[in-house]
Design a protein around this ligand. Sequence first.
Ligand SMILES: Cc1cc2nc3c(=O)[nH]c(=O)nc-3n(C[C@H](O)[C@H](O)[C@H](O)COP(=O)(O)OP(=O)(O)OC[C@H]3O[C@@H](n4cnc5c(N)ncnc54)[C@H](O)[C@@H]3O)c2cc1C
Length: 382
Amino acid sequence: MDFSLPEELRSFQRMVRRFVDTELIPLEHKEPRGLLPATRDRLRALTRDMGLWLLDVPQSLGGQGLSALGQSIFWEEFSRSVAILPRDFYIIGPFVGAVLVQLKGEQKERYLDPVIRGEKLPCFAQTEPDAGTDPASMRTRAVRDGDHYVINGVKRFITDAEKADFAQVMALTDPVKGARGGVSCFLVDMNTPGVKVTTRYQTMMGEAPCEVVFQDARVPATNLVGNEGDGFRLAQEWITLGRILRHGARACGVAERCLEMGASYAKQRVTFGAPLATRQSIQWMLADTYTELQAARHMVRYAAWKFDQGEDVRTESHIAKMYSVEMGFRAADRCLQIHGGIGLTTDFPVERFWRDQRAYLITEGAAEVMRMTVARHVLKYY
Ligand SMILES: Cc1cc2nc3c(=O)[nH]c(=O)nc-3n(C[C@H](O)[C@H](O)[C@H](O)COP(=O)(O)OP(=O)(O)OC[C@H]3O[C@@H](n4cnc5c(N)ncnc54)[C@H](O)[C@@H]3O)c2cc1C
């Protein structure tokens, strides 16, 4: 068994780390309230030049076609900085995701290609006021009417809905079958009559997802993705890799930076006549974070590697998301404690890591629900 990364991924890792160290981390102090448009454009040009652009999109579609393992390396390194909002894809190329990448023919031309070219922005609409961690209880209906579907319902917490050109909407086409073949996925133009963005929710992590109301919105039947009943599977595919990469690997990057900052501060900060680093209680915080980071990193990389082998990684994605996000939150919490009052100041990245990691315990699968599904797996096999 070989645990080492292939040389091309190690050199890729060094390149991303250099980019984060030289370009992103200095911006945390220079532009702490968010990046200026000119800075964002400069970074975007840089990432394009460096090939850090559309990493997950197949080469046949103009992307880098990076393996999931490679992407896990990218997300870990990239997440060592809070200069960019976690879901700000402007700088690394539009987020395409597992649903759009499967489009063919006219759907591909009208929706996937313009997204890749940066001409259209998509959003993903699954969550509802009464169906978040339990999407199977969604109520949004899509009823066939001639060569259209008529959609009625409310979606909540939809990232980018206020500026999106179209939404990937999950809706019930067969309420009796529900999640077992009764949910379908539709491409819905946001300017369709009957589609309205109502509320924007400002959150502690800086994102402001929206509520979207569908009232007799008529969508051409040709905008159904795949077949009727494919929706739940497509949504799970959309979320699974995100749990490994944008939650799991990201948390590893947060923990890595928390170790860098925590160890450095503990060595220089003197209290009661000695550096914090000499105190056992502080050393144990660093030792625990370091140890837990090794475990999380192995889980994330294993899940990513298994995904690359074409295997089912639902359980691995739940394990990686659950453990890594909790680990990242503990790492940020300890780092905050080591920094004392300075850690609480909002110009300093630790409190941002802390807020973000806290939020990730809820989004794209709450910690309890991840445990519930892992427990199901355990009880089935033992
Ligand atoms: C910033 C942000 C962006 C988002 N972007 C999107 C998006 O683009 N598209 C989209 O579709 N959704 C999006 N979401 C929705 C997000 O995925 C949901 O908020 C999340 O799944 C939690 O759903 P909920 O808020 O309805 O919590 P609920 O389902 O009401 O759960 C509340 C809490 O109850 C607990 N819980 C739930 N079920 C169980 C159980 N069985 N056992 C024990 N405990 C349980 C958990 O602790 C959970 O946190 C976004 C949310 C946020 C905050």
